[in-house]
Design a protein around this ligand. Structure first.
Ligand code: 5GP
Ligand code: ZN
Length: 113
């Protein structure tokens, strides 16, 4: 999958719909279409990076922006400051969308995810 047929690139460019909860220059945070927890968001860099293994030194700004967005989302979820962050990398790890993304999970069921 490349940038042209990547669902997350389409969401970033507004070619495909999504519920956007936060956005800045480097990342977008959307609601997962199939939530596995009471709060299940995806933090997605605005550059088509396939996975953690594909990160280049110049991608550090995106890597940092993912964690800073997680901090921001955690602060938004009043009373739900605990959160779990998951990044699947590769088919063997369960990655289905090959554009780097961080799952942000929160709510009472996060320990079981
Ligand atoms: P992965 O297994 O690649 O780490 O997770 C991909 C996630 O993207 C899944 O949790 C799936 O529900 C979510 N997802 C896949 N397609 C879409 C979509 O079109 N819109 C949204 N909002 N989430 C999607
Ligand atoms: Zn992409």
């Amino acid at each position: 999958m490349n940038e042209k047929n990547c669902i997350f690139c389409k969401i970033i460019s507004r070619t495909s719909p999504a519920t956007i909860v936060a956005e800045n220059e480097h990342v977008i945070a959307i609601k997962d279409i199939s939530p596995k927890a009471p709060v299940h968001l995806l933090i997605i860099p605005k550059k088509h990076i396939v996975d953690v293994q594909s990160l280049l030194p110049e991608d550090n700004v995106y890597a940092a922006a993912i964690l800073q967005m997680a901090r921001q989302l955690s602060a938004m979820e009043t009373g739900r400051r605990d959160c779990k962050l998951i990044i699947n990398n590769g088919v063997g790890a369960g990655q289905l969308v090959f554009h780097l993304h961080c799952h942000f999970l929160s709510g009472k069921k996060i320990v079981e995810v």
